[in-house]
Design a protein around this ligand. Structure first.
Ligand SMILES: Nc1ncnc2c1ncn2[C@@H]1O[C@H](COP(=O)(O)OP(=O)(O)OP(=O)(O)O)[C@@H](O)[C@H]1O
Length: 328
């Protein structure tokens, strides 16, 4: 387990990490999310003893990182894929790491094979593409066969096959009972990979919950209905106690309704339906709703200097509801 307790980091006036307390548990993939500058990398650096906390504490299996003997055997991390000696070959880079952590040379061959770099193992790392560098960084994290793995933006620069590979790798590491902690800005990827989420904004903890609960708590779910007998259906649904929202485009939206129940009611009253579909917001929408207040760095809608900002598009109602506006 990784246990954070009141973890805080200040850089002068700036509070990068503010009193974070949470536990990362084994057997699942835990996603670590937050807008740019939220403090994710600083938190991960403190977990690995690369930055000293201003206050609070972080423990790896009950111990501080700098007390761990042969730390790569406890925790493997990919923080910055470019943080390696570019003049060394991939093999020699891993061999140096292995020798300083009491890991046998045979393990270097194994991890090169796992990440698919065996054929370029003797090539210098400085000639590697971004994706190859990521794979080499992941090989370094796996080297000590650790029970805990931490990845900062691991899919950065990977092609679709590589993204698929790392998703399955993280899931299989968790299924083996390991602790997997991963940050990413790619929400669609995180939604497919993580079981649990820790979300921070401006250094503070915003959520520590399962993926399903996070989406349910931070977004609106409703049933979308289209019918040529709109007035009749409205009477039936309201008569049954449903809260129905009429949208401008003739679509009805029923909050907290079950599509089975609504379909059966419509059938009883011989009302024709053209659409009956449950709608649930995506992780991206839920994330944007939760973190809207804590986004520090905003882009302006008119990217060209001097160009007036575009008005918000007058499209269909957004799945997160009309009363919520995106921070622009
Ligand atoms: N060495 C440093 N000196 C001063 N300020 C720092 C330092 N490192 C980080 N910060 C500041 O701390 C805050 C958190 O930065 P951090 O890199 O941890 O965020 P992040 O969530 O990883 O962001 P991103 O998603 O953009 O990578 C930022 O405001 C950053 O400018």
């Amino acid at each position: 387990m990784i246990e954070l307790s009141g973890l805080t980091k200040r850089y002068g006036e700036k509070v990068a990490v503010n009193n974070l307390t949470f536990t990362v548990r084994p057997g699942i993939v835990t996603g670590f999310l937050g807008p740019n500058g939220a403090g994710k990398s600083t938190t991960m650096r403190m977990m690995l003893g690369l930055d000293r906390p201003t206050a609070g504490d972080v423990r790896i299996d009950g111990q501080h990182y700098d007390r761990l003997k042969d730390p790569l055997k406890y925790i493997g991390a990919l923080l910055d894929a470019k943080a390696m000696h570019g003049g060394r070959s991939a093999f020699n880079h891993l061999l140096c790491l292995a020798q300083s952590n009491g890991i046998p040379k045979s393990r270097v061959h194994e991890v090169l094979d796992t990440v698919g770099l065996t054929s370029v193992a003797r090539k210098k790392a400085k000639g590697f593409s971004l994706g190859m560098g990521q794979r080499l960084g992941i090989a370094g994290a796996l080297l000590g066969d650790p029970r805990i793995l931490m990845f900062d933006e691991p899919v950065n620069g990977l092609d679709p096959e590589g993204i698929h590979w790392i998703r399955n790798l993280m899931k299989s590491l968790a299924a083996q009972g390991r602790t997997v902690f991963v940050s990413s800005h790619l929400m669609s990827e995180m939604a497919l990979t993580a079981d649990h989420l820790v979300v921070i904004g401006q250094g503070r903890l915003l959520a520590d919950t399962s993926m399903a609960d996070f989406i349910a708590q931070n977004s609106r779910s409703f049933v979308r209905i289209r019918t040529p007998q709109r007035e009749r259906l409205l009477d039936v649904l309201r008569g049954a106690g449903f809260l129905v929202v009429e949208t401008g485009s003739g679509v009805l939206e029923v909050d907290d309704g079950k599509s089975e129940h609504i379909g059966e009611l419509a059938a009883q009253h011989q009302i024709v339906l053209h659409e009956l579909s449950p709608q649930r917001a995506s992780l991206e929408e839920a994330f944007m709703q939760l973190t809207a207040e804590s986004v520090e760095y905003h882009a302006h809608a008119g990217a060209d200097a001097g160009a007036p900002a575009d008005p918000p598009p007058a499209g269909p109602p957004q799945p997160w509801g009309d009363d919520w506006t995106r921070s622009r």
